[in-house]
Design a protein around this ligand. Sequence first.
Ligand code: 7MF
Ligand code: ZN
Length: 876
Amino acid sequence: MSSRQAIRRLDYTPPSYLIDRVDLTFELSDTHAKVISRLIIKRNIGVSSDTPLVLHGEELTLESIKLDGTPLTSAHYVIDDSTLTIASMPDDGILEITTRLLPAENTSLMGLYQSNGNFFTQCEAEGFRKITYYLDRPDVMAKFTTTIIADKTKFPVLLSNGNRVGSGQLDKNRHWVKWVDPFKKPAYLFALVAGKLVVLAGTHTTPSKRCINIEIYVEPGNLDKCHHALAAAQKAMAWDEERFGLEYDLDTYMIVAVSDFNMGAMENKGLNIFNTKFVLAKPDTATDVDFDGIDSVVAHEYFHNWTGNRVTCRDWFQLSLKEGLTVYRDQEFSSDIGSRAVQRISNVRALRETQFAEDAGPQAHPIRPDEYLEINNFYTWTIYEKGSEVVRMYATLLGTDGFRAGMDLYFKRHDGQAVTCDDFRAAMADANGTNLDQFERWYSQAGTPVLSAKAEYNEAAQTYTLSVTQSCAATPGQAEKLPFHLPFAIGLIDRRGQDLPLQLAGEIAAKGSTRVLEITNTTQTFTFINVPCPPVPSLLRDFSAPVVLDFAYSDDELVFLMANDSDAFARWEAANTFALQLLKNQYAAAGRGETLAAPAAFIAAYQKLLTSDKLDPALVALMLELPRENYLLEQLSDVDPVRLYEVCRALKQQIARELRQELLAVYQRLNDGAPYAYDGEQVARRSLKNICLDYLAELDESMISSLIAKQYQRADNMTDRLAALKALVNRDGGEAQLADFAAQWQSDALVMDKWFTLQATSRRPGALSRVQQLLEHPAFSIKNPNKVRSLITAFCLANPPHFHAADGYGYAFAADHIIALDAINPQIAARLASSFNRWTKVDAGRRELMKQELERIRGTEGLSSDTFEIVTKALG
Ligand code: 7MF
Ligand code: ZN
């Protein structure tokens, strides 16, 4: 357990020692692993010769340590539970350290561990120190070689970073393989895999005519589920060459899938390790959303080879340097291979449901935090998703070519280095000859800015004046905020629904119909001239900045924008704003014991969406999706989540009743029995069909029951089958079909995860006791993060009415499992603990119950620093 001492960004100092080379030898057996590490180490320039060498190391058994061939005794070094210190070191030398580990007992899944008998590593952020004593910090970059020795029958495949340079036989049925990584790297990018795996191989030829081998390693029996991931890797390589001029730099790119994994995937140099969820897919086991997720995650990890590996982070406070940038790159990739509008709307929706809540809560932090207790807790929505929005703002402000020039300069200056967010910003500014000093505030200030806009049309002068004021609420440790520099994209739409050409006062002619206004001050005014009629403003087009927009649109204007805005995001946003305002009013009415029905204009707008044959079905589906409860909760205070759920349910039922005919017609038109294919058009059609089904499932009619049952039985793919099963579960429990589904898929772990989640998120009575029963199901394991996420985390984060049950049983259940999990896997426990983050948002009774559980968790003896940090911040 690490000590509870905050690490501060401003305390950064360069390393006292550097490591040029690392030669690692792993001897793996069933019961333990022996690691021999040979380090070529030297003191950093300017560091005084009496400076001790302090290596990181945790949960290691030291067998021996030699300096330049001479064994060191305990007189020469001091070991505590997180370091090994050698007081007197020569200017340079060779350290040889032998450690012994017990990977089979490692349930934290950090460092070297076992999964289904195979060996895997996870080193980001600070896992390498659980393998051997080392300078485990990203600014210490070394060239690695790795030799792996293991039983040939049990571990036929032995992998590490870089190129395979040799292999051979040893006694006792053992074999060895040696790997050399020609690129220097920080220890967090080290990887090793050993086990019984099979491989799907493909190739990609680069523009410079190099042929890259792409290899996907999985457990036997899964080869038929690797083709989508292979194709994704090929597409990602071609895209990065085309869009950023970046080629892969080794002969082989390997992906290994593992079923016990704390996160989505990891970009280890040349040897990416993935959660099986983001590799294995075929139409009968994976949904359209899963296929899309595989494209994104494969692209993300592949893109890290340049943004993360070739240019890495100086320290972990700079995490968003690689993560925000790489998320931006994977989002752009997905936009280019699919629908840009659908991608943008989905990303913004996710940002608002997760990151906005984080920014408004007790864990709010800037994308470059100032301090942390446990770095694992800072792999957050803010670092990733807001980080990506900040990168996107450079692209919006500088244009596509300006952004590309900035990227080119960034690589030219920093290839092979460990750098900071300031270095990235400087490259963007210098390549474009522009000043981005104020933009630094996006890195240092937490919280979501609010942009309030007011507009006035002057008929006589034919002018339209837009006044914009920005503000940002206080966040923990930051009372006052300075104004941000942000791009505010807008358009003006005339009465007939046409975009007006835009001309600002002082300009000689109109130019374009979307304008990126640059906001830098607290208040700014923009006057458009030659505006012939009062327009409807289309504000924050394409969500040009991660802010909350505050503009007093009337219902009529929102309906107008839904139908007419040329910007797809803004059309969706109008629908979303309309539904949000309505639900807030309905919730307030319910609090007074009244029922407020949706107005005819709202139903008519939905009807228009359903009956238009010109619209993209994927966009219609997104516009028909009501805001989620957790997002609504953020807009309210003293919330009763059960009442909130009932209000959402009632609106859904009203829509289903009043638009029954339209929903059924669209459903039937799209349910055309065409054989499954994963392509843009079919995915769009299925998404609309299944949202119609979701509404229709609200109707208590036997005809609807048989329609759902028919879809369940006849589906030739998991997307349709799961949508039908969800409808059945939410209608009458779907007991028979749930049993049928489990019988069919009991041996497919990823499909069973979906089965667990469906039940964990069911709004029907008894969800918690069902979840408790499922903890005993043979397919469940508390040690497997995917299982914990699909059952326990899904219940706590995605089933508000049951998690927030007034009796507090949901909270007690969550706390019990946070405490139990903390002893097994602190990272997973800490993530689950974040389900208590918004405890101050609920009503007084629930608030007290949640607080008691938080205090019970905090009082647990031996609590990890991961969970400790989350609960202490939550308690404030
Ligand atoms: C796409 O960032 C977007 C985000 C760290 C682990 C993967 O490559 C990563 C790793 C966490 C949370 C989200 C993601 C990752 C991690 C992720 C994956 C794919 N460096 Br923790
Ligand atoms: Zn990443």
